[in-house]
Design a protein around this ligand. Structure first.
Ligand code: SAM
Length: 250
């Protein structure tokens, strides 16, 4: 039966393309790529010779008809984006939704995802997190967005580009406070991979002082706000113990 495969590709290091991804990419009838020139280089590297069409934010809706036609003819298709997992701050959602609604199988070939890679090596709590993706480009809306998460206790994860990394860190300081812990993960899996854990203020100073640190692709992870203790939720006994501790402890 025809399948739409959603295939993760490397975020820098070509060694991260899985064996299964290479096999599936070689065997499908068509590759739908965010940018055919960009993905063409990846395919050339792995000697994959399969016809490609582009599916990006501006033509996704129009491409669906063509892709459904291929599936109807029994052709399997692979969806890839420029880097990492498709649909994660990348196109593909409308396509996957439509292909499912048309009754075809959609199957993932998992692999790289920049924020999962960053989180796994960050040293910040990873049990609960909120992935936001790219913040708004304009300062006012960026501050408004960040403010929604000011009291969030889950770890917060953002994507950022070289153009706005300093501005975004400044805004994060304004909303979360200078001493809130954060991690900047830059150029993951590449030659100049850097992952730094520090306070937001120290991270900003460090980046301002070394312009090399401002280049490349970034994941910014911010520690969640400390949980607030709601006194009404605590029972009498617990409050008595807390009161006792307060008098006994130095
Ligand atoms: N689909 C991708 C994924 O699964 O991570 C994300 C695509 S999004 C258009 C590109 C953004 O992801 C970059 O601006 C950066 O924030 C982040 N990113 C991608 N590759 C990265 C890398 N090697 N190191 C750090 N961040 C990266």
């Amino acid at each position: 039966d025809p399948v739409l495969y959603v295939i993760a590709t490397p975020i820098g290091n070509l060694g991260d393309l899985s064996e299964r991804a290479i096999r599936v990419l070689s065997q499908v009838d068509l590759i739908a790529a965010e940018d055919t020139r960009h993905s063409g280089r990846l395919m050339a590297h792995f000697n994959i010779k399969v016809p490609m069409i582009s599916v990006h934010d501006h033509n996704e809706s129009q491409r669906i008809e063509l892709i459904l036609k291929h599936l109807a003819q029994g052709h399997s298709i692979a969806l890839v984006s420029d880097a990492g997992t498709p649909l994660i701050s990348d196109p593909g959602y409308i396509l996957v939704r439509s292909v499912r609604e048309a009754g075809y199988q959609v199957s993932p070939v998992p692999g790289c995802c920049a924020f999962i890679a960053a989180l796994s090596a960050s040293g910040l709590p990873s049990d609960r997190f909120m992935f936001y993706g790219f913040l708004p480009a304009k300062r006012a809306s960026r501050l408004r967005t960040l403010n929604q998460w000011a009291d969030e206790t889950s770890t917060l994860i953002f994507y950022e580009s070289t153009h706005r990394i300093l501005d975004s860190l400044e805004d994060m300081i304004a909303v979360f406070g200078a001493s809130r812990e954060a991690v900047v993960a830059r150029e993951l899996t590449k030659t100049f991979e850097t992952i730094k854990l520090d306070s937001l203020a120290s991270l900003l100073t460090w980046m301002q002082q070394d312009s090399n640190q401002q280049k490349g692709e970034f994941v910014v992870i911010v520690r969640g706000a400390p949980p607030r203790i709601d006194e009404e939720e605590l029972d009498k006994k617990t409050l008595d113990i807390l009161a006792l501790l307060a008098t006994e402890l130095p």
